[in-house]
Ligand binder design. Structure first.
Ligand code: 26M
Length: 822
């Protein structure tokens, strides 16, 4: 017999070569001679997708079995990054594919660069959802991610004259080979209208919702394969479309253009991702988005549950639904409505099912980020849900009254309704009450959740709030981002470390091995050279791979204090001007990150970075000792270039403000040392790498709170610290603005008069820590030792560990092995 590989599934080089040609011809409709790079990329993507199909469909079919319990991750954001590389890695077919392409005269890396990354998220929260989807699959946990298929994801950033300019992200324009639409599984979502009471056929008094408008949700599915397992989970994103029969009623009365217009309005719902750090209060479209995707998800889950042959009173046994922040929190009211109004379940049963289904993750303590909707907006859009929220609250307030003897302070702080002025629905309270578990995202953060925003919930329901420290997937953030380091690890410990990152700990002994350290340094230098080349082409700035790469990449925000980093740069610059022969370790300061389009101070911070860069980079007196680079359009793809090239990771938020951070983990696992405050997961990173391998500075959370309570005065620091005064004065006189003393005035005035994030209070401590880092870098042998320690001790921060904790402590789900055959 002759074994012939199937062209759709075979992975021999010859089969792959043929499959590629086939897709190019039959899917792209092109001969190789006229095919564009994008045609080849698409052909390749379809070829890879074919090789996931059996596993994907087997997984999906398996989840319909009644005994399988599923996690659903409800998130308004999934910041996925490119699919192709991850799929090749997780399927284990990169090498034959690379070779098949080569034999066809194509380069894999070149084609991978064609992929437009789906930027369906802002930053940490969305990227966490993506890491968690990947880990769920790799751990063989049955799961579905539910979210919105935004037509426009996070904007692309350009820098013009040092300022951020936003460009629309047209990620779908060349086609998306990774998604499959399932219009036959569309659901309908209502908005507006009113409610009415009626008596059903059993004589029971019931309520129903008569929406004013309906929108169709079409699911688009994307496969998320696990690493070297048969599990392929689904990311199901919903697109909003007009309900023809409904909207086109106006057509019958001759209002054709009116009908088309209302079609356009319906489709606006999934049009664009909102930037997260912008005032969202009063933005009706945002609440429409939230309700839209959550209602689609819950209806889909109910359909799955019923097809698996079960009753709705056991819905919570089939599903564990995680609320990624409060964005999907309206789901608490929607599940109640679906169970009670649509499926005739009693309130008490519905409430038990609901609470047992949901769990809620909090991602920020910043007061301005806590979601609330005015009753008029909420009730206008979701009248039935407002009634349900009132009823939940009514019953809850009775319970609070009994437990706390009518304590009015307790009542008003626990209430789902903020009644201090105009009345609002508090989404964090709704999520907390409607869930059986609440978690923070790092140890410090979870403690602060208990002590501050959810203090009274914690008191009333002890044990309900826990911690699950964030993690990131080592497949993307090591294997894909840093193939050189990954190869070294595999050479030393075998490839098991990608499934169990704790295995890297066995490399600790090498920290004292000069040969290994030499190899380690060589790898880091090669990567830095690659980034230097990229910097040269993207920005025209020449940087040396031998300088210390000092990197801060993350969203631009005052609490993250990129401007504190700039104050340090100016300090060094000032020192060098005063003393041109000063012996300092040459440094390259690298920044990247987007500012919310409406956040003026953040945009000014970008201008501040680039303006200081313009002066420092071109001052002959400084030579090449200091370089400042702002990398435009920071995204997942760029992150994969940057983290591996860093020597020093800047994690310098005001203590108590950064819930966890996840970039801090990515840097450290790629061998960077951290300069940071005791904030978020920095605390846990420092505990693992040891005090001596971490540059700590700054006030701790309690000190921050105490200083603010006692009346913080930034002028005290300005007047008592000549170096700080010199730096501020230099900015103030327009030195970095071609003499324009107005440009940075809002920034400097804010620091001198308010300084809500305590830059001035932390300045000297930061400078001292930076000086320690500079000195440390001059001893390359010792720096390498610390770098190795950092990298090999980061096992805890694999998202596999985080997901295992969610599974055991919150979701109570177990892995399910999927068969490849059939
Ligand atoms: C909103 C309005 C005005 C100003 C700020 C906001 C705002 C701030 C933060 C809105 C949302 C915010 O958080 C969302 C988010 O991405 N949080 C991040 O979640 C990550 C994953 O858990 C954590 O690692 C980050 O520390 C946390 O900032």
């Amino acid at each position: 017999t002759v074994d012939v590989e199937d062209d759709r599934t075979g992975i021999s080089v010859e089969t792959l070569r043929r499959a590629l040609a086939d897709h190019l011809f039959y899917i792209q409709g092109k001969w190789p001679e006229v095919a564009s790079k994008n045609d080849f990329y698409l052909a390749l993507a379809y070829m890879v997708r074919d090789r996931m199909m059996q596993r994907w469909l087997n997984s999906t079919r398996n989840y319909l079995r009644s005994e399988v319990r599923l996690v659903t991750y409800l998130s308004a954001e999934f910041l996925l990054g490119p699919h192709l590389g991850r799929n090749l890695l997780n399927l284990g077919i990169e090498e034959p594919v690379r070779q098949a392409l080569q034999e066809s005269g194509l380069d894999l890396n070149d084609l991978m660069a064609q992929e437009e990354e789906p930027g369906l998220g802002n930053g940490g929260l969305g990227r966490l959802a993506a890491c968690y989807m990947e880990s769920l699959s790799s751990l063989q946990i049955p799961a579905i991610g539910y979210g919105i298929r935004y037509e426009f994801g996070i904007f692309d950033q350009e820098i013009r004259d040092g300022w951020q300019v936003e460009i629309t992200d047209k990620w779908l324009q060349h086609g998306n080979p990774w998604e499959i639409a399932h219009p036959q599984e569309a659901v309908t979502v209502g908005f507006g209208g009113h409610t009415e009471g009626y008596t059903d056929s059993d004589g029971r008094f019931r309520k129903r919702w008569i929406p004013a408008k309906q929108v169709k949700g079409i699911p688009y599915d994307t496969p998320i394969p696990g690493y070297r397992v048969n599990t392929v989970n689904t990311l199901r994103l919903w697109k909003a479309e007009a309900v023809e029969s409904f909207d086109f009623q106006s057509f019958n009365v001759g209002n054709y253009y009116g009908a088309v217009n209302s079609k356009v309005t319906s489709e606006n719902i999934s049009k664009v991702l909102y930037p997260n750090d912008e005032q969202i209060e009063g933005k009706q479209l945002r609440l429409e988005q939230q309700f839209f995707f959550v209602s689609c998800a819950l209806q889909d889950m109910i359909r799955i549950h019923l097809t698996s042959g079960r009753q709705l009173d056991s819905f919570h046994e089939k599903f564990a639904a995680q609320l990624n922040d409060t964005h999907p929190a309206v789901g608490v009211a929607e599940l109640m409505r679906l169970l009670i109004d649509e499926h005739g379940i009693e309130w008490e049963t519905a409430w038990e099912v609901t609470q047992n289904t949901f769990a809620y993750t909090n991602h920020t303590l910043l007061p301005e980020a806590l979601e609330r909707w005015s009753l008029s907006l909420f009730g206008g859009l979701l009248p039935r849900h407002l009634e349900i929220v009132f009823e939940i609250n009514h019953r809850f307030m009775d319970q609070v009254r009994v437990q706390y003897l009518n304590d009015s302070a307790k009542l008003s702080s626990l209430s789902l309704i903020d009644e201090s002025g105009e009345r609002y629905v508090r989404m964090a309270n709704l999520a907390s009450l409607g869930s059986h578990a609440i978690n923070g995202v790092a140890e410090l953060h979870s403690e602060l959740v208990k002590q501050t925003i959810l203090k009274n919930f914690h008191e009333m329901f002890p044990g309900k709030i826990r911690n699950i420290t964030n993690g990131v997937t080592p497949r993307r953030w090591l294997a894909l981002a840093n193939p050189r380091l990954a190869a070294l690890y595999t050479e030393k410990v075998g490839d098991g470390w990608l499934q169990d990152m704790e295995k890297l700990r066995s490399l600790e002994g090498y920290a004292d091995d000069p040969g290994f350290r030499q190899h380690w340094r060589q790898i880091k230098r090669d990567i830095k050279q690659d980034l230097a080349t990229y910097i040269q082409t993207r920005t025209g700035i020449t940087v040396s791979p031998d300088s210390l790469f000092d990197v801060q990449v993350k969203r631009i925000h005052e609490y993250k204090r990129q401007h504190l980093n700039v104050l340090h740069i100016i300090t060094l610059y000032d020192r060098l001007r005063q003393n041109p022969n000063l012996d300092v370790a040459p440094r390259t300061f690298i920044f990247g990150g987007k500012a919310a389009p409406g956040y003026r101070m953040a945009k000014l911070m970008i201008k501040f970075i680039t303006a200081v860069g313009d002066v420092v980079n071109n001052d002959a007196a400084i030579g090449d000792r200091l370089k400042v680079v702002f990398l435009p359009d920071y995204n997942v793809t760029l992150g994969q270039r940057v983290y591996p090239a860093a020597d020093l990771s800047e994690q310098i938020s005001t203590a108590g403000k950064e819930a966890s951070g996840t970039g801090n983990m990515k840097f450290s696992m790629n061998g960077a040392l951290t300069i940071g405050t005791l904030d978020g997961a920095n605390v846990e990173i420092r505990e693992l790498v040891g005090d001596e391998n971490f540059f700590l500075f700054g006030l701790v959370t309690e000190e921050v709170m105490a200083l603010k309570a006692s009346g913080y005065n930034p002028w005290d620091y300005y007047h008592s610290n000549p170096q700080l005064k010199g730096v501020i004065d230099l900015v103030n006189c327009g030195y970095f603005a071609k003499g324009d003393s107005e440009l940075f005035k809002p920034l400097i005035d804010n620091l001198l008069h308010h300084d809500p994030y305590l830059l001035l209070a932390d300045y000297q401590s930061y400078i001292d820590a930076q000086d320690r880092a500079s000195t440390a870098y001059q001893d390359q042998e010792d720096w390498s030792r610390r770098s190795i320690i950092n990298a090999v001790r980061m096992g805890k921060f694999s998202s596999d560990r985080s997901i295992r904790e969610y599974c055991e402590q919150i979701w109570h789900v177990k892995p399910v092995q999927i068969e490849l055959k059939e």
